[in-house]
Design a binder for this molecule. Structure first.
Ligand SMILES: N[C@@H](CCC[C@H](N)C(=O)O)C(=O)O
Length: 296
């Protein structure tokens, strides 16, 4: 059966998404359709597709509603290859802008909104230049996944990575300098040893000079995203990179970080909580254009 699909294209620091509104959970897009929509030559083109659906219409949404009944909306996130992810840090800001634009929610300056995701409930509020999202408590990956070896094309030898979970899986690799970062060929997926069953997003980082300025840590990052390849930015990847460098730096490292990615700059904050260290991601969110796709 063919049908018209209304969509909005959005981006945050160049990480771009196709957003669709499906309040009652009627849409049943297949992974193949999603990959076709995200294809940059034959489709709209995007790093991922995000469906706005009321949480009560999804099994994962029912679970988040049980945690927080205010999480009425669920961010149903899909990578460009049609695989699902638990979380998207740039996506959740763009998703919030989309919900507001579609008049599905109102968000005053002093309020936050609870959003259901596969990683649990996340809260987003307005911040200078965009939005800030509370991405919950970060954790080191466990067992062998904590320190995998990473091989990437253009790196002559395997490098040690640090496995970090911020709702979705990341491996962060420190590089020597900007030349090494610029010379990376991320047209090929980095190979991890041992290879995590569910895959991982891989971030490569270098410190800025100086690493800390006015109490704020500064790093540069490039990323190869699970399910999407190299992207201009990854919000959860920026958070994973900041906490990895902070972890390596040890006691006295800053709680506030600026992460320069090819598509712009993201802010990361770390705060103490009873459950562990919470991480906060801030950055822009823009809706670029609307369109209608004939599917079928
Ligand atoms: N770009 C996103 C992360 C999207 C999901 C990721 N590719 C995964 O599979 O976990 C971000 O901004 O966090």
């Amino acid at each position: 059966m063919s049908f018209d699909l209304a969509f909005t294209k959005g981006q945050g620091t160049g990480n771009d998404f196709v957003l669709v509104s499906d309040p009652d959970g009627d849409l049943d897009l297949t992974p193949t359709q999603i990959a076709a929509i995200c294809d940059r030559r034959f489709g709209v083109g995007a790093d991922g597709l995000i469906r706005a659906v009321r949480s009560r219409h999804l099994p994962e949404g029912a679970a988040t509603l049980a945690d927080d009944p205010r999480a009425v909306w669920f961010m149903d996130y899909w990578n460009a290859d049609g695989s699902v992810s638990e979380m998207c840090g740039n996506g959740i800001r763009v998703f919030t802008a989309f919900l507001i634009d579609q008049a599905l929610v109102e968000l005053a300056d002093d309020e936050s909104i609870a959003i259901g995701t596969r990683a649990g409930v996340r809260r987003v509020r307005r911040a200078p230049g965009g939005f800030e999202a509370d991405l919950g408590v970060w954790r080191l990956a466990e067992g062998e996944a904590a320190e995998p070896l990473v091989r990437a094309k253009s790196l002559p030898v395997a490098r040690p990575g640090l496995g970090i979970d911020v709702g979705n899986p990341h491996v962060v690799v420190a590089l020597a300098d900007d030349d090494e970062l610029a010379g990376l060929d991320l047209g090929y997926a980095p190979v991890l040893e041992p290879a995590p069953l569910a895959g991982a997003n891989v971030e490569f980082v270098v410190p800025a000079d100086p690493l800390v300025e006015d109490g704020v840590g500064r790093i540069r990052m490039r990323v190869h995203e699970r399910g999407s390849g190299e992207t201009l930015s990854c919000g959860t990847g920026a958070v994973a990179s900041a906490v990895a460098v902070r972890y390596w730096a040890g006691a006295g490292a800053p709680d506030e970080w600026r992460v320069q990615v090819p598509g712009g700059v993201l802010g990361v904050r770390v705060t103490a909580s009873d459950e562990g260290e919470r991480v906060w991601l801030s950055g822009p969110a823009e809706l670029v254009f609307d369109g209608v796709l004939a599917l079928g």
